[in-house]
Design a protein around this ligand. Sequence first.
Ligand SMILES: Nc1ncnc2c1ncn2[C@@H]1O[C@H](COP(=O)(O)OP(=O)(O)OP(=O)(O)O)[C@@H](O)[C@H]1O
Ligand SMILES: [Mg+2]
Length: 312
Amino acid sequence: MNAIEVNELTKIYKATRGGVEVTALNNFSLSVAKGEIFGLLGPNGAGKTTLIKTLLGIVYPTTGTAKILGQPIRDYRIKRKIGFLPENHKFPNYLTAEQTLKYFAQLSDVEFKDINKQIDKLLSLVKMERWKKTKISKFSKGMMQRLGLAQAMMNNPELIFLDEPTDGVDPIGRKEIRDVLENLKNSGTTIFLNSHLLSEVELVSNRVAIMNSGKLLTEGKVEDLTTSKESYIIETANAIESNLLQTTFDNIRLKLETSHKLNVNVKDNMELNFVIDKLRKDGVNIKTITIQKHSLEELFLSLIADERGSEK
Ligand SMILES: Nc1ncnc2c1ncn2[C@@H]1O[C@H](COP(=O)(O)OP(=O)(O)OP(=O)(O)O)[C@@H](O)[C@H]1O
Ligand SMILES: [Mg+2]
């Protein structure tokens, strides 16, 4: 059974007071397996938060259906099994970390006798024990996000939704959050996270989806998405003649970066070997060949650019 199944969801925000109608989700389908960390990427306004809010029942879909942990999203009982860290969340400044978590414990199903134990467990999980009695007004952004994570884990959820969990957090804080997510995943929790921080998502997710203007553009394992467009750097001991490249390889994209360094864009191994054979036949002495993976960021930018181009 999948943890999340989204079936052709469309969400249209109606125009209010002179505003414009917005299609935030456009026939959007997706599934997330149990136990994985799934990263949803998209630029500002892509519809990421709308998707999470729809799955949580905060926003109602215009058309389409979705299931969480096998139950239709309309079924309020699934909320017992899920956790949520909203984007830009705010807790009252005058509360301490402990008081904040106590408040959320009382809102969820934690039994009264277990509340203190659960709060200590969560604070230790997010490495915030030291700040238990400190007021939130003293907290950094990273500490706020970690407290938010603790809050989202209050009811030991099977599935947790995190909307921009590392937004505004410095690299050390981001690493700490990643560690918390890894631990959570190892304990069997499914994690769905939204982000526009590509490198973050790349580091932590098993699978990712990229969306823009309410539509799914692509999805898959990070390694598969980033190796689908391969290029190689061929370094040579002697100089490569630029006119050799113009005449011999008509359909292959080659770029001479320096006289001893050639960037080759091929569709498969055969093509790479063809290039190598030709070069060697022409007296080129090859020193090294290295594969160059396209980063998720490059894929993201090219997909969004293609989409923007096709809208014109
Ligand atoms: N309550 C609302 N009423 C009207 N339009 C809305 C509402 N909420 C979101 N939108 C619009 O829907 C679109 C998608 O917004 P959403 O917040 O889901 O995007 P996002 O991908 O989470 O963006 P960000 O990265 O900035 O958080 C945007 O154009 C936004 O202006
Ligand atoms: Mg958002």
